[in-house]
Ligand binder design. Sequence first.
Ligand SMILES: [Zn+2]
Length: 302
Amino acid sequence: MLSKLKTALALIAAAAIAVPAGAQLKVVTSTTDLYDIAKAVGGKRITATHIGEGYQDPHFIEAKPSFVLQLRNADVWAFVGLDLEIGWMPLLLDGARNPKIKQGAPGYVDVSRAIPLLDVPSGNVDRSQGDVHPLGNPHYWLDPENGRRIARLFRDKFTQLDPDGAAIYSANEKNFEGRLNAAERTWTDELAKIKGQPVVAWHTSWRYFAEYTKMNIVGFMEPKPGVPPSPSHLAGLIQQMKRTGAKVIVMEPFYDQKTAAFVAARTGAKVLILPPSVGGVKGVGDYISVMDYDIKQLAAAL
Ligand SMILES: [Zn+2]
């Protein structure tokens, strides 16, 4: 009797979080990269929107009222985590008053929980030093292995909320991994060229990309993540670049290209603008294309 009651209660709980049969899961993501992978896995069983654009600095997104409306109707809110969205997410979620996606609810998906992280500080973190990533490095999508982890997380989450779609989510996820694996096989020559090459990056956003490509980041334009370069930091960096023979400064379109050109002019290095996200430059319209574009551009610049 008791076990029957438990089963009944479990069914009621499952019904409460599952979407009605035939309805599409409404997914909202913070970034275009999460959006693209969610679409790849969810296919026609979901509708998806994203809050940030690929050409915007993901650390500084403006919280517009229209975003609150998107979140009010969402079944899933998926975000990068590690405080990347800390500047605007609490405000939007408060405004949305949607119990399905509040912290702790099944629709609240902190994607960073599925990722082995880089740059997690040990011991006390002193925020007064200005580090914008005190919980670890949130730019994890720039490693295809993490792209696969994100896809598997969406498969599991969508299946939990929409059990009738299990087979479709599973097939779509496998298809995504298949396409990613096929793309990776075409990068062999580029990756061989990049491996071990000394480069400078503007921000720590290229750390996961470096783990994958084995480019050797010998210095950052920023003295700490989120802190603009100072003259004394740049003087040291220029020495370091001359010592190591760094040929390229990798940076996103939204950072200060004049300062990068200043350093490039004193070291003979090239400034290479790479999109960190889907939609970061024209024609880079999906996750696999971002990886493909960045790897090919970097290999060509070395
Ligand atoms: Zn960052």
